[in-house]
Design a protein around this ligand. Structure first.
Ligand SMILES: [Zn+2]
Length: 192
C-alpha cells in the first residue's frame, strides 16, 4: 500500500476518480452474489425465492464494502503502475505489463469479493433467523495457520467459525448443517 502522504494532490484525485468508477460494477456484482446466496438458502429451506435484497442495513453494508474495495483496488493499481513505469522507463512501455497484471488481479479480486458477499449473506441469514445447527470448514487442507486452526475445530455449533475468506486466494468456505424453524424466514429483507 502506498504511503498516501507522499502522493501529490493530482495523483490522489486520479486514484479517487478511478475508485469512483469501480464502485458501480463492484456493488452490482456483490449485490447479485448476495441475492443468489439468499435464493439458494431459500430453496434449501423449501421457501419461495426472494427477488431482491431489500434490507436497508444490508444494502448500506454492501455499498460501504464496495466503496472500500474500490479505494483499495485503485491504490494498488496506482502503486503497480508507478513500479512498472520505474522498471520499464515510461508509461507507454509499462502499459502492456500493467494490463497483464491487471487481468490476473481482477480475477482474484472478483473471486474474493464474491466469497465475501456470499459469506455476508450467510451471516445475515443466521443473524435474522432462529436457526440452529453446526458448521465446518472445507476443503480440509490449508497452508495458512488461521485457516488450519479453523479446520482443526471440526464440526462446531453454528456461529463459531470466523467469516471466510480469511485472506486473498483463500479457497476455504464454511459448510453449514441447519435446523430450520417453522414459520417465516428473513431472506435478504423479504420474509418467506
Ligand atoms: Zn483459507
Amino acid at each position: 500500500m502506498a504511503d498516501a502522504g507522499r502522493l501529490s494532490a493530482a495523483m490522489e484525485a486520479a486514484i479517487q476518480g478511478a475508485a469512483t468508477r469501480l464502485v458501480p460494477g463492484l456493488l452490482a456484482a456483490n449485490t447479485a452474489t448476495y441475492l443468489r446466496t439468499v435464493q439458494t438458502i431459500a430453496t434449501t429451506c423449501g421457501r419461495p425465492v426472494p427477488h431482491a435484497v431489500t434490507d436497508a442495513a444490508e444494502l448500506a453494508t454492501l455499498a460501504d464494502r464496495a466503496a472500500a474495495s474500490a479505494r483499495s483496488i485503485a491504490h494498488t493499481q496506482a502503486d503497480r503502475m508507478r513500479a512498472l513505469v520505474t522498471e520499464h522507463g515510461s508509461r507507454a512501455a509499462a502499459s502492456g505489463p500493467f494490463r497483464a497484471w491487471d487481468r490476473e488481479q481482477r480475477a482474484l479480486i472478483a473471486q474474493a469479493e464474491a466469497a465475501t458477499a456470499a459469506s455476508a449473506a450467510h451471516a445475515a441469514f443466521l443473524a435474522h433467523n432462529a436457526v440452529t445447527g453446526t458448521e465446518h470448514v472445507e476443503p480440509v487442507t490449508a497452508i495458512g495457520s488461521e485457516c488450519q486452526a479453523a479446520i482443526a475445530l471440526g464440526e462446531v455449533p453454528l456461529g463459531t467459525l470466523p467469516d471466510f475468506p480469511l485472506h486473498l486466494r483463500c479457497p476455504h468456505y464454511v459448510v453449514t448443517t441447519l435446523v430450520i424453524p417453522d414459520g417465516p424466514l428473513w431472506l435478504g429483507g423479504e420474509v418467506r
